[in-house]
Design a protein. Structure first.
Length: 272
């Protein structure tokens, strides 16, 4: 049985769950996901919970291709106030914070966050591993080639599925040696991969069961979908649902999405 535990709460992942995206940024790649005021954010969180989200993932810094890093102070200003409000208003929901910085992770966990979602798997700030181990919190670690600023500058692999699996296995062993036990792997769709790479990962997602831990799939409204179809992020909901369904068929335990209702419906149909 796959499950994660935090602050007396338990979330079983044997039946997949939905992580709803809350981007508290001015420059998310998808306009519909930007909620940069506390009242709008709380309304959106309430809607996602009502639609069936089990986890809310707060992101204070865009990781879209070409994005620059913001300062620690700016990320803190964006994330911590809304985190406090969500924790107070919705005490039972699991809250994830999307950050690679140890300082933000430490503050977030101290303020009631349950999960740290690190796109860099500890590569950009290794201190985050000490923080996660201290709190014994669930930790999502992702494969990314390069950093958001340059990750799409001609990424190449010998075999993308084998290379990503090898990377995640090495990280898994390292994290367990540091006493981090609640681990979730993310192959990193769109993070230093070509469109062909992304579809190879999606079609072979079941390979990552070898890791023996839950797997997160984050394909929601990404360029692998809308560029393939010649559409926009705003018109890629149907494509996202199809990709999420493929991910579920291949063993995804968590779907990270902008559109919660549709993802929950896909899970219900898959498990009927």
């Amino acid at each position: 049985m796959f499950e994660i535990n935090s602050q007396g709460k338990k979330l079983v992942l044997d039946i997949p769950v939905v992580m709803g995206i809350l981007n508290v940024t001015p420059d998310s790649f998808y306009d519909g996901a930007r909620y940069n005021s506390i009242s709008k954010s709380l309304d959106r969180v309430e809607q996602m919970i009502e639609e069936g989200a089990s986890i809310i993932d707060i992101g204070g810094m865009s990781s879209r291709p070409g994005a620059d890093f913001i300062s620690v102070e700016e990320e803190k200003k964006r994330v911590i106030p809304i985190l406090k409000e969500i924790r107070n208003t919705f005490p039972e929901v699991f809250i994830s914070v999307d950050t690679f910085r140890a300082e933000i992770a430490d503050m977030s966990l101290a303020e009631g966050a349950d999960i740290i979602n690190d796109i860099s798997a500890g590569e950009l700030d290794e201190g985050i591993l000490t923080v996660v181990a201290k709190y014994k919190s669930p930790y999502i670690f992702m494969h990314m080639k390069g950093i958001p600023k340059n990750m799409q500058n001609d990424p190449r692999y010998n075999n993308v599925v084998a290379d990503v699996l090898k990377y995640l296995l090495q990280k898994l062993r390292k994290f367990k040696s540091l006493g981090i036990e609640q681990l979730i792997a993310d192959p990193g769709f769109g993070f230093g991969k070509t469109i062909e790479d992304n579809f190879n990962l999606l079609k072979n997602l079941d390979v990552f069961k070898i890791l023996g831990i839950p797997v997160l799939a984050g394909v929601s409204r990404k360029s692998m979908l809308y560029k393939t179809l010649g559409i926009t992020p705003e018109s890629s909901l149907n494509a996202t649902t199809v990709a999420n369904t493929i991910a579920l068929m291949n063993g995804a335990n968590i779907l990270r999405v902008h559109d919660v209702k549709e993802a929950v419906e896909a899970i219900k149909l898959m498990n009927n």
